[in-house]
Design a protein around this ligand. Structure first.
Ligand SMILES: Nc1ncnc2c1ncn2[C@@H]1O[C@H](COP(=O)(O)OP(=O)(O)OP(=O)(O)O)[C@@H](O)[C@H]1O
Ligand SMILES: [Zn+2]
Ligand SMILES: [Zn+2]
Length: 828
């Protein structure tokens, strides 16, 4: 037989070994081995046996000299489908990450090295009627003797035969056994006793013959089981439903009518009962949107990428739900991405409330056991819908039809860990590979996505009205400088105070938004100007009143607030700036009869606390809800008629080119929480820069004008989408070393860029300079930014890889590290 070769990623962390290794596939393995399976291979000089993943199988290989062979195949089925293998290979190139970290995100959660295939007998009845060959019979016997649910590894230990894998596959194809995945060391699977009919096609008369006419109770149970039409039922439920005792059920087992077995129950991250979410009849505008998308899907057109720009409350979620339903009709699977599960419980509830058991939920707060179970449900085809945060884009479906990215403008879609991927880009790639349809949705699309839509890369669909044509809320801008001049130094402008007061009297709910948690945002000496900063981060520390501590929001360090200035010994220590905690205290003081609750990272650390606040909000037990971004997203409460934005400028003043965009998005999104029901909504925005276009456009709910202004500035100052940015942060504990190495890196980048004739390289390779966040967690940070056009990006990435990662110039990188990000969220 012809020889074949496998490219393998071996499990070895050293960066010097981060490449694909080629192994010979022995002829006995040729039939079995597939891409995505794990194998055992000899590695290194000592031929240590290590695990690896096969990423491709080649007919031929140029350099056959000295190749080693694969020792054994671990899995009976691929751990990941082929398109995900390709996707990881693409990611490692696209985002300059190692193979290992690129694969980490597509492999099963937890430690993929410990994934085990578990083999169990599926159908004892059928088994009696099959002629098995001797190897198959041996396996079945072993399962019977050693107990069901055996590790494939264990079977291989007992029965030494190189054809085990194919025998297992043959038994599975016949429907006699079943294999599932499990992670060793993880809290074990949960089992429950289940009951099935021995012979699923048995008739009632046959049953009576076996059971005997006088065993009424047993007959009743038998009848009930027949009514389930072949479906199994948990023992507990059966006893409850038929009001019978364990001994009666056991009697049926003894007579060979039923089979009592252990069934795995999946750990579920969805707590409590989620109410059914009723299917809505689409409005004409929603229907037009769904039709257009479905037509293009059926038409097998190339352009299956859409951007739905729909104002807040226009019913985008219902459109997603209908599209998922259409997919189910075709037997296709859907992935729904949401910014952060914990922040968008209403969206999850709607999907689970509509599709129930057909939904897997994936997010970062799951326990390892829960996460693995959700992953396995997807992998084993038990569900057709996955809802989750960023990483759910890698859900291992085999027949993907749709990826939806809700609130596509959110920055949580970009990973800050390796591989530093953007979920939109990955989703685009995955849709191209699988032919699935991509839907992005937002009331405030990111400038990049809207630009792509305008240039025909996405098809733009527009929903300009709220459901039931309820009005967009009226937005009032309050100039806080005027308030100061009039002698009002408090947190609330006069207008906001009055509006809250009126809203309380009208029995309506209010949301107050401020994008900063804590009490005071910095603490300073009035005598000498000293500001208390974190020792490790060189960033002003925030005062938290509840535990009377100064905290660093970057590294979490907490210290006692000083009584006297450590520099000049003066006693005049003053607390400046406002955070949500202060707003809460102040609001309680001003409106002592109102029920005031705060929702931010500090009040929602306990499990379930977030949900309980939302529930109280839903049940109108809260009058005023104060919060950070957490109150800005996706919340849909009909009784909220007033939204107050305490300080709209906080995001505007950041040294980052996305400042105006973030400001516009935040105001529009928070404002969108008001007046979603039958009552008119009102929004009050407090600001020191009322004339700024991002605030003015948000006031008019005018995304288009905002986009038109912003896109001109992006072009003028060379920012995305007109250029790509490669950010290189060089960091380490020794400031001087970091500075010097940065200069060397910069010099080599320049030389390389010159060699490839990169235009304007001196102007477009910027730095090195201290990063805007100069010191974080004891590390000094220097930054180099590279700006380049789309068609230059590949070349420049290779240069960066050459100089920084592969270190082809053999610079001394001891004591420094790199953080390389292609098109980062922010350049701080
Ligand atoms: N066709 C429909 N008929 C009746 N009610 C609907 C319909 N579609 C949506 N709704 C309701 O309208 C409200 C707003 O819809 P939804 O929350 O989906 O809007 P959205 O566009 O996702 O808003 P946002 O961008 O602010 O999150 C919800 O309460 C939803 O149940
Ligand atoms: Zn001082
Ligand atoms: Zn710190």
């Amino acid at each position: 037989m012809k020889k074949k070769y496998a490219q393998v990623i071996v499990d070895n962390k050293a960066t010097s070994t981060d490449k694909l290794y080629t192994y010979i596939i022995k002829s006995s393995m040729l039939d079995m081995l597939q891409e995505g399976m794990r194998v055992l291979v000899p590695f290194g000089r000592g031929n240590k046996i290590v695990k690896g993943i096969v990423v491709s199988i080649e007919e031929d290989y140029d350099n056959k000299y000295n190749l080693k062979s694969i020792i054994d195949i671990i899995d009976d089925k691929p751990l990941i489908p082929k398109d995900l293998i390709e996707l990881s290979l693409w990611m490692s190139k696209e985002y300059l990450s190692s193979y290992l970290s690129a694969f980490q995100v597509v492999l099963p959660p937890g430690n993929y090295k410990e994934v085990q295939t578990i083999v169990s007998i599926k159908d004892t009845f059928k088994l009696k009627h099959y002629k098995l060959n001797s190897l198959e019979q041996k396996i079945i016997n072993l399962l019977k003797i050693k107990g069901n649910n055996l590790k494939l590894e264990t079977i291989k230990e007992y029965i030494k035969n190189s054809n085990i894998n194919s025998a297992i596959k043959a038994l599975e194809d016949k429907g006699l056994i079943e294999t599932t995945l499990e992670i060793e060391n993880l809290v074990g699977k949960k089992y429950e006793k289940y009951v099935s009919l021995e012979n699923k096609s048995i008739s009632y008369d046959d049953m009576v013959n076996i059971i005997g006419t006088r065993c009424y109770k047993q007959l009743e149970i038998a009848k009930y089981l027949l009514s389930l039409k072949g479906e199994d039922i948990s023992l507990k439920e059966l006893m409850k439903k038929t009001n019978s005792s364990l001994s009666t059920v056991k009697a049926l087992e003894d007579k060979g009518i039923i089979n009592i077995y252990n069934k795995e129950v999946y750990r579920t991250p969805i707590k409590g009962n989620i109410p059914k979410y009723k299917r809505q009849l689409l409005t004409p505008k929603q229907k037009k949107c769904v039709d257009e998308i479905m037509n293009s899907i059926k038409g097998k057109k190339e352009d299956k990428k859409f951007l739905i720009h729909g104002v807040t409350g226009s019913g985008k979620t219902e459109i997603y739900l209908h599209l998922v339903e259409e997919m189910l009709k075709f037997g296709k699977e859907s992935i729904i991405l949401v910014p952060e599960i914990a922040l968008t419980p209403q969206t999850i509830e709607r999907f689970v409330g509509r599709f129930g058991d057909n939904v897997a939920v994936l997010h970062s707060k799951l326990s390892n056991g829960e996460r693995f179970d959700q992953w396995r449900k997807i992998k084993e085809g038990k569900v057709k819908i996955a809802v989750g945060a960023r990483s759910a884009v890698f859900a291992p479906f085999n027949n993907l039809g749709l990826i939806v990215i809700d609130e596509e403008h959110e920055n949580t879609y970009k990973s800050s860990m390796n591989p530093k991927y953007h979920a939109i880009e990955v989703a685009e790639k995955r849709c191209e590979q699988t032919g699935a349809c991509l839907i992005l949705g937002s009331a405030t699309p990111s400038i990049e996505s809207y630009y792509k839509a305008k240039n025909g890369k996405f098809k733009l669909l527009y929903l300009d009205e709220r459901i039931n044509s309820s009005e967009m809320p009226k937005v009032n801008i309050i100039d806080m400088r005027d308030e100061l001049n009039r002698g009002n130094k408090s947190i609330f402008s006069k207008a906001l105070y009055k509006a809250i007061d009126k809203n309380l009297r009208d029995n309506k709910q209010t949301i107050l938004f401020l994008n900063r948690r804590g009490y005071s945002t910095f603490v300073s000496c009035r005598q000498c100007g000293y500001v208390v900063k974190c020792n490790s981060c060189d960033i002003a520390m925030t005062y938290h009143m509840k535990d009377n501590k100064l905290k660093c929001h970057y590294c979490g360090l907490a210290i006692n607030p000083p009584n006297i200035c450590p520099v000049c010994n003066s006693k005049y220590i003053k607390y400046f700036g406002i955070g949500t905690e202060k707003v809460e205290n102040y609001t309680k003081k001003m409106f002592p009869n109102a029920v005031v609750k705060r929702m931010d990272m500090d009040t929602t650390t306990k499990k379930g606390s977030y949900e309980s606040i939302l529930k109280d909000m839903q049940n109108k037990k809260i009058d005023i809800l104060i919060g950070t971004q957490m109150v800005a997203k996706g919340l849909d409460f009909e009784n909220v008629t007033l939204v107050g934005i305490i300080a709209a400028d906080t995001s505007l003043n950041l040294p980052d080119f996305r400042g105006p965009e973030r400001t516009f998005q935040l105001i529009t999104q928070v404002a969108g929480r008001a007046g979603r029901g039958d009552y008119e909504g009102k929004v009050i925005v407090q600001t020191y820069t009322p004339e700024h276009y991002s605030i003015q456009c948000a006031k008019e709910h005018d995304y288009i004008s905002f986009y038109n202004k912003e896109i001109l500035l992006r072009e003028e100052f060379k920012y995305p989408p007109f250029v790509n940015i490669i950010s290189i942060i060089i960091y380490g504990e020794d400031q001087k070393l970091v500075m010097n190495r940065s200069k060397e890196v910069y010099k080599h980048l320049l030389n390389e860029a010159f060699d490839i004739n990169y235009k304007d390289f001196k102007k477009n390779i910027i730095g090195p300079y201290p990063a805007p966040l100069e010191k974080i967690k004891k590390n000094y940070r220097y930054q180099i930014l590279i700006k380049c056009k789309d068609d230059e990006l590949e070349d420049l990435k290779r240069i960066v890889e050459w100089v920084c990662i592969l270190n082809k110039y053999k610079l001394d990188y001891q004591g420094i590290k790199f953080n390389i990000d292609i098109n980062p969220n922010s350049i701080m």
